[in-house]
Design a protein around this ligand. Structure first.
Ligand code: SF4
Length: 516
């Protein structure tokens, strides 16, 4: 019985930016007796069903965006006589759908880290159960990924997870409902060991693939301090302290390492945290800005973000501390108007963002928005016989780009406005202007290439309705990705060791002070 793990994708680029972590974590969770899993990341190349033999296990991880392709892979695998097991956010939400459309024998709900060996044992015995509850694994039990199985020369960035869960409750996001609102932080030394393993292989750019790297804000601490029960404040303080311990340890690693993460804007009002990020060489962060107006933020339950000029100041604070920001904006909020596109592009430029992404509001399953939309959207609206509120089952070429009716703009206006904002923001002169965030000419040229690649991979293949444009962009992205990868990879350091632990007598705040 061979184990195959498949990350489905409709488009293959040959080279990918970020290592798909779940594949290598499940490989680590695969007991030795089942051999080394065969790993297929379809963002590199397509799954070949002929590699599957009767009695093999094919594990497929899906989110809403790749569910349809995942179901096709599942059917192909089952035709070959394999046991088909689905996991991932989408499978956790729609286990019956994976059986109906993906020929699943079994579904894993929640985290797969601990439950995977039981799934495999049952398959080996010829009787997989229909449903396995993986639950929410505690931070101390997160597995390290089997990076030794990575194919050579295919990925630009490594990925390591340090925390799951997010205490916020944004209406368009499923993270807080699936991963929970209680942050589950991983042991510092486990994180460091994994980073060292990646650097040994030549990865020097590493994504800290967290739901929210800043789970405890100053406002949270202040609110806890006002309570008569000292317990919550002690818990939050300990969580925050662990973040500093992690950043202090990252700072001790080879100085060519560069980290990126995802964080809420509130970190912009916490200079001590920003300084620690800088010391740790966390050079960039994706910040969900979402909307530039207070009304827009309120509509997505993200009132903790700033708007207007306060937003510009908050985002600039990251840059002043050496943290480059990839700002993420949503278009199509009910409060948006035709002027929103230009106003957003203007703020993105003024705030000194290094990169920006502009996405169209999509009701993703597992979110508050989806639950509301699913109720309101009559299932009599169909595309090719498929109800619109199951849009991910519609073939991508026929799938609408906008689902939620807007009070002021037609769907095509929102799509065009979004595309135009990408086009404007990623014009060459503006990219060159933004590239001043790095110093050398080589670094600036790399910045330009990355900006172009980012746009090709995420805007032109995701927003365009013209299939010729999508195909052309995918070809260009393939070509660009091969070139850009060379700028990210360094010489391997096979002998790199985990730095020794600091002396236990060291006072707790010693390393959080800025030294540069
Ligand atoms: S969008 Fe970000 S801040 Fe909001 S719930 Fe999701 S992970 Fe948390």
């Amino acid at each position: 019985m061979r184990v195959h793990l498949v990350n489905p994708s409709e488009l293959a680029f040959g080279t990918a930016v970020i290592t798909p972590r779940w594949l290598y974590v499940l490989a680590a969770a695969t007991p030795e007796q089942f051999g080394t899993p065969s790993i297929v990341d379809e963002t590199l190349e397509s799954f070949d069903a002929l590699t599957v033999a009767p009695g093999d296990v094919v594990g497929i991880g899906i989110h809403t965006g790749n569910a349809l392709r995942g179901y096709r892979v599942g059917r192909l695998a089952r035709e070959r006589g394999a046991f088909v097991v689905f996991g991932g956010i989408h499978a956790s939400l729609f286990p019956d759908e994976t059986r109906e459309h993906g020929s699943a024998h079994a579904v894993v709900k929640g985290d797969g880290d601990m439950v995977w060996p039981s799934v495999l044992a049952d398959c080996a015995a010829g009787c997989p159960g229909p449903l396995y509850e993986g639950g929410r694994v505690a931070g101390a039990s997160f597995l390290s990924a089997r990076w030794d199985l990575l194919p050579p020369d295919r990925y630009m960035w490594g990925s390591v997870q340090t925390v799951r869960g997010c205490p916020k409750h944004c209406s368009f996001c499923s993270v807080w409902r699936t991963d929970g609102q209680e942050p589950r932080q991983r042991g510092v030394e486990q994180v460091i060991e994994e980073v060292v393993a990646l650097r040994r292989k030549g990865f020097r750019f590493i994504l800290l693939a967290d739901d929210n790297f800043y789970p405890v804000t100053q406002a949270d601490l202040a609110a806890a301090a006002r309570r008569s029960d000292p317990g919550p404040l002690a818990t939050l303080t300990a969580l925050r302290q662990e973040r500093f311990e992690l950043m202090n340890r990252l700072a001790e690693l080879p100085d060519d390492l560069v980290f990126y993460t995802q964080i809420t804007m509130e970190a912009g009002e916490d200079p001590e945290f920003l300084k620690a990020m800088r010391r740790a060489r966390i050079r960039g962060a994706l910040v969900g800005v979402e909307s530039v107006t207070p009304e827009g933020l309120k509509s997505v339950f993200k009132n903790f973000n700033d708007a207007g000029d306060a937003l510009v100041t908050k985002l600039q604070a990251f840059r002043q501390h050496g943290v480059q920001v990839l700002g993420s904006f949503i278009f199509g909020l009910p409060t948006d108007t035709p002027d929103t596109f230009r106003a957003t592009a203007d703020i993105a430029q003024r705030a000194g963002l290094s990169f920006a992404q502009f996405v169209m509001l999509t009701p993703f399953p597992g979110t508050v928005d989806f639950a509301r939309w699913e109720r309101e959207e009559s299932s009599s609206t169909k595309v090719g016989g498929i109800p619109l509120n199951r849009y991910w089952l519609i073939p991508p070429s026929e799938r609408p780009k906008i689902y939620t009716p807007h009070p002021l703009m037609a769907a095509h206006e929102i799509r065009r406005g979004t595309q135009a904002t990408w086009d404007e923001y990623y014009r060459l002169p503006l990219i060159w202007q933004r590239s001043s965030c790095v110093r050398s000419v080589r670094a600036r040229l790399t910045f330009v290439l990355i900006s172009k690649l980012y746009r090709q991979m995420y805007a032109d293949t995701g927003i365009a309705t013209d299939s010729a444009r999508v195909a052309r962009s995918a070809r260009r992205a393939r070509w660009l990705a091969r070139i850009v990868r060379r700028f990210f990879i360094a010489a391997p350091m096979p002998d790199l060791q985990v730095p020794p632990l600091p002396r236990p007598s060291m006072p707790i705040g010693w390393a959080t002070e800025e030294v540069s």
